[in-house]
Ligand binder design. Structure first.
Ligand code: NAP
Length: 303
């Protein structure tokens, strides 16, 4: 355990009585919409923060317990209004770059608003993938940003809970789909992935958001570890495509750590939904059915 990521003794007392809304940043994203759904089902009011408001013209269903506010966590626009009157914040807004800045701006506003619990989603490997050179950063700068954001939160003075998750099956699906557009697919030799259902991460986050601040909590990881090439082959089989996969080497210390399994959490394989089940569901559900479930309370997808 990193001494800068304390557990319960250093995280204080939350005074969320359940009356004020829970602020979910990134509540329109893949993970966020699932967390919002669970909090609403638990009887909580939710305020969703994202840059874009739901597009009513797209006919997206809304829910009376959910209000949407527009704010940009990188520019700072709108954050003060978004955190006003909030005790608990679930910080899920993220992108491939800039998560340290987002956390910094959020923490600044949340401290001024006297927030009492900040729940953060990070990624397994954030503390184990050394990002030193430009090459490291070009490939794995995301992990560096997640680690920096973790530290901004743990050092903020706001009682916090940080959960690290492995890659979501939804992300793996999107990435493999993008790769499958290539006639020949270069894939890092030896790369392994432990995909987890975003819904299972959302279950845990919703539970954590309604509890006391706990500092760094144990990871949530998928039930099985796969070679990335096998995941890709599974996807190609399911969608009926044939592609040549070319194993490539990756340079640098960050890549070495990744290939050694820094992105995996075998001892925390608590997720139950497998990649095979996910692929089967995706390839048999009609688009309408899938989108219907995924859009219950939220806006159009960003990934
Ligand atoms: N995907 C994975 O495999 C994985 C694994 C572990 C951890 N995580 C973490 O889980 C979180 C959610 O991931 P996801 O895959 O659900 O992401 P996502 O689908 O891309 O959703 C990102 C959300 O963040 C909002 N957002 C992005 N930039 C923003 C900004 N500058 N200000 C305000 N809102 C902003 C987006 O809405 P707008 O675009 O409208 O602003 C959207 O609601 C991220 O923090 C990610 O690092 C993801």
């Amino acid at each position: 355990m990193d001494e800068r990521m304390p557990r319960a003794d250093a995280v204080g007392d939350a005074s969320d009585t359940g009356d004020s809304p829970i602020l979910v940043t990134g509540g329109t994203g893949t993970l966020g919409r699932l967390v919002v759904e669970r909090l609403v089902e638990a009887g909580r009011k939710v305020r969703v923060l994202s840059r874009r408001l739901p597009d009513a013209s797209a006919g997206v269903p809304t829910h009376p317990a959910v209000e949407h506010v527009a704010a940009d966590l990188e520019s700072g626009d709108g954050i003060d209004a978004a955190v006003a009157g909030i005790h608990t914040i679930v910080h899920l807004a993220g992108s491939s770059t800039g998560d340290e800045l987002k956390a910094r701006n959020l923490v600044h506003a949340a401290s001024a608003a006297h927030a009492t619990h900040l729940v953060y989603i990070s990624v397994v490997g954030a503390d184990r993938i050394p990002v030193v050179t430009k090459t490291d950063r070009n490939m794995f700068g995301y992990f560096e940003q997640k680690r920096a954001a973790e530290l901004v939160i743990s050092e903020s003075g706001i009682p916090f809970t940080t959960l690290r998750a492995t890659q979501f099956q939804e992300l793996v699906w999107v990435v493999t789909g993008m790769m499958a557009k290539l006639p020949v697919i270069p894939l890092p030799r030896g790369l392994r992935v432990q995909p987890v259902a975003a819904a299972e991460v959302a279950d845990r986050l919703a539970e954590l958001a309604q509890g006391e601040p706990r500092g760094l909590v144990p990871d949530v990881a998928g039930p099985r570890i796969y070679n990335a090439a096998d995941l890709l082959r599974g996807y190609l089989r399911a969608v009926g495509k044939h592609r040549v996969i070319v194993p490539i080497g990756l340079p640098g210390k960050a890549a070495k750590a990744m290939l050694a399994g820094a992105n995996l959490s075998p001892e925390r394989a608590v997720g139950t939904g497998t990649w095979e089940e996910f692929v089967a569901e995706r390839t048999t559900a009609t688009t309408d059915e899938t989108e219907g479930v995924r859009n219950r309370y939220a806006t159009p997808q960003t990934v």
